[in-house]
Design a protein around this ligand. Structure first.
Ligand code: HEC
Length: 110
């Protein structure tokens, strides 16, 4: 039974993500991602923060799309799944929805 479920899980998940993305708007770095990171993340997570990062780990920066793409799974985990980034919360529901589209459909994060 478990083997049966595992065997079916991967293709089903891909189909679902493709179908889910099909009717979603084009959410890109230039029309969303950059603004999202500037609004919610780079006050702490930026290479430009030389004085204080408010405890954000060195190297966890979101200044460019490449930065986000290489850490996309962690962005999803903390912002969409756990909801504990940014510290203190406060992300608009619409922005969370567009972030999900950006990570799933544009960056191709499963
Ligand atoms: C007020 C400062 C602040 C803001 C704003 C902030 N963070 Fe963080 N972030 C931290 C601190 C402090 C840590 C280290 C402690 C921890 O991991 O909880 C951290 C750690 C992280 C980590 C590394 C740990 C891991 O789970 O991999 C990620 C990824 C992360 N933040 C994502 C984000 C994202 C995405 C945003 C914007 C939506 C954001 N953070 C906004 C302060 C901040």
């Amino acid at each position: 039974m478990i083997l049966f479920l595992l065997a079916c899980a991967t293709p089903a998940a891909e189909d679902t993500s493709e179908a889910w993305c099909a009717d979603k708007p084009a959410v890109e770095w230039d029309n969303f991602g950059h603004g999202f990171m500037t609004t919610y993340c780079t006050s702490c997570h930026s290479v430009n923060n030389t004085e204080s990062r408010y405890g954000a780990p060195e190297g966890v920066d979101f200044d460019s799309e490449a930065d986000v793409a290489t850490q996309a799974d962690r962005v999803r985990a903390r912002t969409l799944d756990a909801g504990d980034m940014p510290l203190g919360g406060g992300v608009y529901e619409d922005d969370l929805y567009f972030l999900d589209i950006y990570l799933t459909c544009t960056l191709g994060l499963p």
